[in-house]
Design a protein around this ligand. Structure first.
Ligand SMILES: Nc1nc2c(ncn2[C@@H]2O[C@H](COP(=O)(O)OP(=O)(O)OP(=O)(O)O)[C@@H](O)[C@H]2O)c(=O)[nH]1
Ligand SMILES: [Mg+2]
Length: 409
């Protein structure tokens, strides 16, 4: 703040002086009337004393603004002829062609802006539609434990889930129902159960059994699979069926020489059924045994159980089974975890083609994995076993029977 003291004859004079020094932004801080010039207070005259000041910031700000003003505005007009000043000012006025340019530009832009407006309107409408659809989905999800399934069919979802059928197959079956049934028929339990059974049978596709009377029948059958799934027992059941029921000539070969007990197990069965059995330790023995029994109607080969995690052991079996006359069946227990079953199928695919025997169906109510194996891996069911009794607990797999097994009928 700059401050100055003034003395004037009147307040008006003082203000004029202040304004001259500080400009219109000056402020009067203090004023008083004093007597000046006389002696002892006599014969003097009254003057006005004023204290005034100005904020230096305001002054600087004003000066900067002045400096930024266009040159023409700063031209002291009285120093130049009027025409010259007008000419100078015209430099800053828009020219006619500039005005024209902006007029044309506006004309060009206006269709673009109106189409943009339209697009924004359409997008807003679409966003509203999406919001509405999302709300419907959210409401549906909130009402149903499975977002893809109508709440009316959730009972069937639970039922199929309890049978061990995988989620994606259940969803596929129930979505078929939603497509094929009218809403009012979704309450018809009998119709829906029949439909589901029909779908499962359709999904199980064709099965495959050994027909020894077929002209191209393969006569040499090997069973492979993980440890303890029931290979040896199933071989005994098959041998007994072919020999005792179908009256065929049957021979057994075991390449499972890993445990003495395994050899003894099969020898016992061969003795009981009354059929020959060979124990082979290498490829030469194997070829010799096959040659020896070439006149048999069927030769059944038992193999050592191999963990799917031991790929090299599985490939070891390949040396024996790569013979094109050998038809290899994978034996799987329904009691195994689905994940392990899928893993086994993948690893054993190196030595078996597509035929599967499921064992131990009597040990669980959850047999839906059979359907998954057929659907996901395109395998064919051949037989299933449902107990430890040789030869009784052995059945030909047909889609109707498997569907009954899955639904525990
Ligand atoms: N409950 C039931 N048990 C079965 C079935 N099939 C086999 N078993 C039993 O499963 C156990 C193992 O059977 P094995 O035939 O020795 O199995 P494996 O696959 O030959 O076994 P490894 O040769 O050791 O790999 C035995 O106790 C059988 O009685 C079946 O269908 N149901
Ligand atoms: Mg065995």
């Amino acid at each position: 703040m700059r401050i100055k003291k003034y003395e004037a004859n009147s307040m008006n004079d003082a203000v004029r002086m202040i304004k001259k020094d500080f400009g219109p932004d000056a402020v009067i801080l203090h004023s008083r009337t004093i007597n000046k010039g006389g002696m002892f207070g006599l014969f003097g005259r009254d003057v006005v004393e004023v204290m005034a000041g100005i904020d230096v910031n305001i002054v600087e700000k004003k000066q900067n603004q002045e400096a930024r003003k266009p040159v023409a505005a700063q031209i002291p007009t009285q120093q130049y002829p009027k025409e010259q000043v007008a000419q100078q000012r015209n430099i800053y006025a828009p020219r006619e062609e500039t005005k024209q340019y902006f007029r044309e530009l506006t004309q060009e832009i206006s269709p673009i802006t109106s189409s943009l407006e339209q697009k924004v309107t359409t997008l807003t409408r679409e966003m509203d539609d999406i919001k509405e659809t999302l709300n419907i989905i959210v409401r549906k999800v909130a009402n149903s434990p499975h977002p893809m399934i109508s709440p009316k069919l959730m009972g069937y979802y639970k039922q199929l889930e309890s049978k061990g059928i995988s989620e994606d197959l259940i969803v596929s079956i129930l979505q078929n129902i939603e497509n094929d049934f009218e809403d009012k028929d979704l309450d018809n339990k009998q119709r829906i159960n029949d439909y589901i059974r029909g779908k499962v049978i359709e999904m199980l596709g064709t099965t495959n059994q050994i027909d020894l009377d077929a002209p191209d029948a393969k006569k040499i059958i090997a069973l492979v699979g993980p440890t303890g799934v029931g290979k040896t027992t199933t071989i005994a059941k098959m041998a007994a069926n072919f020999s005792l029921i179908q009256k065929k000539k049957v021979a057994l070969i075991t390449i499972d020489t890993f445990r003495v007990a395994a050899i003894e197990q099969l020898r016992n069965y061969s003795n009981i059924i009354g059929i020959p059995m060979e124990v082979v330790f290498n490829i030469e023995d194997f070829t010799q045994a096959l040659r020896k029994h070439k006149d048999m109607d069927i030769i059944l080969i038992d193999t050592a159980g191999r963990s799917p995690n031991n790929r090299s052991q599985i490939l070891e079996l390949k040396k024996f089974l790569r013979n094109s006359f050998v038809d290899t069946y994978l034996v799987l227990s329904v009691t195994s975890k689905s994940k392990d079953i899928y893993n086994t199928i993948q690893i054993y695919s190196a030595i078996f083609d597509d035929k599967i025997i499921f064992t131990k169906v009597d040990e669980t109510d959850s047999r839906g994995v059979i359907l998954d194996v057929v659907q996901k891996y395109h395998k064919k069911l051949s037989y299933f076993t449902n107990g430890q009794n040789v030869p009784d607990d052995f059945e030909v797999a047909n889609p109707g029977k498997i569907a009954d097994l899955i639904f525990d009928v």
